[in-house]
Design a protein around this ligand. Structure first.
Ligand SMILES: *[C@@H]1O[C@H](CO)[C@@H](O)[C@H](O)[C@H]1NC(C)=O
Ligand SMILES: *[C@@H]1O[C@H](CO)[C@@H](O)[C@H](O)[C@H]1NC(C)=O
Ligand SMILES: *[C@@H]1O[C@H](CO)[C@@H](O)[C@H](O)[C@H]1NC(C)=O
Ligand SMILES: *[C@@H]1O[C@H](CO)[C@@H](O)[C@H](O)[C@H]1NC(C)=O
Ligand SMILES: *[C@@H]1O[C@H](CO)[C@@H](O)[C@H](O)[C@H]1NC(C)=O
Ligand SMILES: *[C@@H]1O[C@H](CO)[C@@H](O)[C@H](O)[C@H]1NC(C)=O
Ligand SMILES: *[C@@H]1O[C@H](CO)[C@@H](O)[C@H](O)[C@H]1NC(C)=O
Length: 493
């Protein structure tokens, strides 16, 4: 009877604290192994010289501790049935070097997964995809050098990812940026790896609450003033990542002797200019949004205008606090220049941020309109010249005689034009209203200009900095990394 067998095993595992091994086919003697210790839904099989995960784990297991064993491979069939309650799986110190892509199919509700201190070399594509509830993933102290760009895909609830003490050489920007980013991630530990260069501008553009938990000390970064400026700013903002490991941020001087310097002392060695908090510049009549870039997420924010005027909703003010806590000033006036203060309050942290605004005594439009006109005229002229040439040399004279054909030709031109410059939605409307010939000369230039802008922006996006690969010289030092603080302390259930 399978059910009574199951009951028996449950009893064996969890009542007498002994897992009874029934003799194998080889007919070996019955062994009584003291294997796992149970405390209600916690199953601890730590330090038991196991080479495989014990079979017949109770289905109600919530915490499974398999640390300090010899489980070198985590196969797909390590459990052959669902463990729907399992949310804590500890596999550290096992010499683990293989994880099946189907290893987590039956344990989809994991929230905490400890794979630290093993021998994992690479993270394959979609390896953790099933773990949509995972919040903490420990991978420090492995031999990871390759991380597939899709390795962490699907971890939509992941908050903390520890990758320190590995051999990572590429900064995994995809985890924090754009649509591939992990929505809930607030801690990413990449310290003590082999990263040589960082996508500095992209990092600087991240919100402070993310930078606050972005650790990359003790890597093999190349010294430069941009790096100094970045860290100086983070330190000035009292971001944990910079403050807590101030002395561990080192870099390697370019040059033959590869001298190792402290990042925070670079200004003395490399003549880097001191970091200044930037001033927000605006033009008259413009609408300006000031961000309250706090170190924590979800803080409640209030603003104070220059002259210590508190912004309140019912007030007759041009400044309004938006839903995300930013302050919008619209339209901005000359006397709006000055220091703005954001007070952010949460259960754990009170923060005061200052933003300086300088309003120029002219409107942006007034200036650019003259430019606009000049540009439009220029492009218009060029377009007319091209048109004249087309008419002179390319158009069969038939076209002048038959209006129908002329029209179709214009439509054709239009479509070529749109496919090349991907016309704006208004393009067709305007085209249908305007006379065919005029349309080309007077409407296109504006279109061209608008599209130009778009093309530029896309171009900039394509420049997205790829962190460079490369092997770095390993730097030795003694202090522990942040990870050890969290290392073997499982989440209390
Ligand atoms: C595990 O193996 C070591 C060495 O073989 C031995 O000393 C130790 O007693 C074993 N532990 C258990 C729980 O069997
Ligand atoms: C640092 O910069 C200043 C002025 O920019 C220059 O006079 C000085 O020689 C520089 N020092 C070094 C060590 O490059
Ligand atoms: C930094 O700000 C100070 C005071 O506002 C100013 O004197 C100095 O020139 C600024 N330095 C740089 C590099 O912008
Ligand atoms: C709002 O402010 C404007 C100018 O600052 C003033 O003319 C107007 O009377 C004010 N309205 C109210 C309701 O206070
Ligand atoms: C934040 O400030 C408020 C009022 O000023 C105070 O009551 C609260 O204790 C402070 N919280 C922290 C975490 O400092
Ligand atoms: C701003 O510009 C206007 C004219 O352009 C001038 O009359 C006014 O004095 C300027 N204000 C300041 C503060 O410079
Ligand atoms: C720095 O990293 C190296 C390996 O990359 C490691 O051996 C060393 O312990 C680390 N030092 C600190 C202070 O974390």
């Amino acid at each position: 009877m399978p059910s009574s067998m199951e009951l028996f095993i449950k009893w064996a595992v969890c009542t007498s604290l002994v897992l009874i091994r029934i003799p194998g086919i080889d007919g070996s003697i019955v062994n009584f192994h003291k294997t796992c210790i149970c405390a209600s839904n916690i199953v601890s099989c730590s330090k038991m010289n196991l080479t495989t995960v014990p079979a017949d784990l109770p289905k109600y297991t919530a915490v499974l501790d398999l640390s300090y064993n010899d489980i070198t491979r985590l196969r797909a069939e390590w459990t052959t049935y669902k463990l729907p309650k399992l949310h804590n799986l500890l596999l550290s110190h096992n010499g683990l070097h293989f994880i099946s892509t189907e290893a987590f199919v039956y344990v989809k509700h994991l929230r905490y997964l400890d794979l630290s201190s093993n021998s994992i070399r690479q993270l394959d594509e979609y390896i953790f995809e099933q773990l949509e509830y995972l919040e903490v993933l420990l991978l420090y102290n492995n031999h990871i050098s390759q991380i597939d760009r899709t390795a962490f895909t699907g971890l939509s609830k992941l908050q903390k990812l520890y990758l320190s003490q590995n051999q990572v050489s590429r900064f995994p920007l995809e985890l924090v940026k754009d649509k591939t980013r992990l929505e809930k991630l607030s801690l990413l530990d990449l310290s003590s790896n082999r990263i040589k260069s960082l996508p500095i501008q992209e990092l600087q553009d991240l919100p402070a609450w993310l930078k606050n938990g972005l650790y990359f000390h003790n890597n093999t970064l190349i010294c430069d003033c941009e790096l100094y400026s970045l860290m100086a700013h983070w330190y000035m903002r009292r971001l944990n990542s910079a403050v807590d490991f101030k002395d561990d941020y080192t870099c390697i001087m370019p040059g033959p002797d590869k001298k190792i310097l402290h990042v925070f002392e670079l200004n003395m060695h490399m003549n880097c200019s001191t970091y200044n908090e930037s001033v927000e510049e605006a033009f008259l009549e413009q609408s300006l949004v000031l961000k309250c870039d706090t170190r924590h997420r979800d803080m409640s924010k209030t603003w104070m205008l220059p002259g210590n005027v508190v912004v309140s909703s019912g007030n007759n003010q041009t400044a309004v606090v938006l839903a995300d806590g930013s302050l919008e000033i619209s339209p901005i006036k000359l006397e709006d220049s000055g220091q703005y203060t954001c007070f952010a309050v949460s259960e754990y942290l009170n923060e005061t941020l200052y933003v300086w605004v300088k309003v120029h005594n002219f409107t942006l439009n007034g200036n650019s309109e003259t430019l606009n006109t000049a540009y439009t005229t220029l492009v218009g002229c060029l377009a007319s010249v091209v048109l004249v040439l087309i008419y002179l040399y390319l158009t069969p004279c038939k076209c002048f005689c038959c209006p129908g054909q002329g029209k179709s030709k214009n439509n054709h031109e239009d479509s070529i034009h749109s496919s090349m410059l991907s016309a704006t939605p208004t393009h067709e409307d305007l085209a249908s209203k305007a006379e065919p010939n005029r349309h080309v000369a007077f409407i296109d230039p504006k279109d061209l200009q608008g599209q130009n802008g778009k093309v530029n922006r896309n171009g900039e996006e394509e420049l997205e900095d790829e962190a460079k690969h490369g092997k770095g010289k390993r730097k030795k030092s003694v202090a522990d990394s942040i990870s050890s603080v969290f290392s073997d302390t499982p989440i209390v259930v």
